[in-house]
Design a binder for this molecule. Structure first.
Ligand SMILES: C[S@@+](CC[C@H](N)C(=O)[O-])C[C@H]1O[C@@H](n2cnc3c(N)ncnc32)[C@H](O)[C@@H]1O
Length: 307
């Protein structure tokens, strides 16, 4: 096949970025981008299978604009810019969520968190699943810090009759989670998303919830365990919680009597090294339990509020 591009392509080639695409994850990223650009699927599959993205093949098969776009993305990848932000989407359980810079990218351990909550609720509210008509309308969940909406949307899918309110301080998160809920659950979904600080929002001062769920910011500000790319590219307000990473839990502990009613269920995702501190911060709760993630690290805290 004849090359279909002008000589100016030579200038792009001088960047030599293609030769640096050696990592499998970059190859997969590029294949996704090419799919979005409606490039022939058989060709993409062949390139991925053979791990080859050469100038020759790309120049012959894809539009010049796509070629330049891939070059730009390759450079961003090399700087550690998250692939989810480049693709503007991230998988979460069975859903594909929109994400964008400024909003936390949902993580695999949070998928496990949701499955853990689901299993616990199935045990505690067995009728909700045994009989589809059983109403759990009396139960009202609050999620604090919804980000892309990952947790609330997945729990609404699992428990369609559960009333869900969700609050996040970030305007971008509010827009994105609302759009994700509409795409996934439909325009008439009933999750009530709020954009505000959970600890000062007046609406939350007036009601109580039977289920409280949060994957809050829990990273210590100077943590050495945090990957540089995460620190650089993901929102600080979603990550950091003071010098020891526990500020949010301490604040939560002092606000629980406002949010909860007798026997409210509480679920928090925690840092892998925070189990003992979190148990101590929430020492006043009943039935405290720490669940490990699939790597065997303590990750999920659950408890029952006792008024
Ligand atoms: C670690 S992210 C979790 C996002 C999402 N739930 C997930 O698991 O992917 C924490 C979220 O808490 C939000 N946040 C931080 N401080 C908050 C506050 N005071 N009130 C409400 N949301 C807050 C951040 O904007 C961020 O979206």
């Amino acid at each position: 096949m004849k090359p279909i591009f002008s000589i100016s392509v030579q200038a792009a080639l001088q960047t030599k970025w293609l030769r640096q695409i050696t990592q499998r994850k970059q190859i997969l990223l590029f294949s996704k981008v090419l799919k979005k650009l409606a490039v022939d699927k058989a060709l993409i599959d062949a390139m991925v299978h053979e791990s080859i993205f050469t100038e020759k093949i790309l120049l012959q098969k894809i539009p010049l604009s796509a070629f330049f776009m891939l070059g730009k993305m390759a450079k961003q990848c090399q700087k550690g810019f998250p692939m989810a932000y480049l693709l503007k989407e991230a998988p979460f359980l069975t859903n594909m969520l929109k994400v964008e810079p400024g909003v936390f990218i949902p993580r695999p351990e949070t998928e496990e968190f949701v499955i853990y909550i689901q299993k616990k609720l199935q045990k505690l509210w067995p009728k909700a699943l045994a009989t589809p008509d059983f109403s759990i309308a009396n139960e009202h969940m609050l999620e604090i810090g919804f980000g892309s909406g990952a947790i609330s949307i997945a729990l609404q899918q699992a428990f369609p009759k559960l009333a869900i309110s969700a609050i996040d301080i970030s305007k971008k998160a509010f827009k994105l989670a609302t759009a994700n809920a509409q795409d996934i659950l439909g325009p008439r979904h009933s999750i009530q998303f709020m954009e505000a600080d959970a600890f000062t929002h007046m609406a939350l001062q007036k009601q109580t919830f039977s289920l409280l769920v949060s994957n809050p910011p829990y990273v210590a500000e100077h943590s050495k365990d945090l990957a540089q790319e995460v620190r650089k590219f993901e929102p600080a307000s979603a990550l950091f919680a003071g010098a020891d990473g526990l500020r949010f839990y301490r604040k939560m502990a002092s606000y629980l009597p406002k949010f909860c009613t007798r026997d409210s269920l509480i679920f928090f995702e925690i840092g892998f090294d925070q189990a003992a501190d979190v148990i101590s911060i929430f020492s006043f709760l009943k039935n405290k339990h720490i669940e490990k993630d699939f790597l065997g690290k303590p990750r999920f805290f659950s408890a029952v509020f006792s008024a």
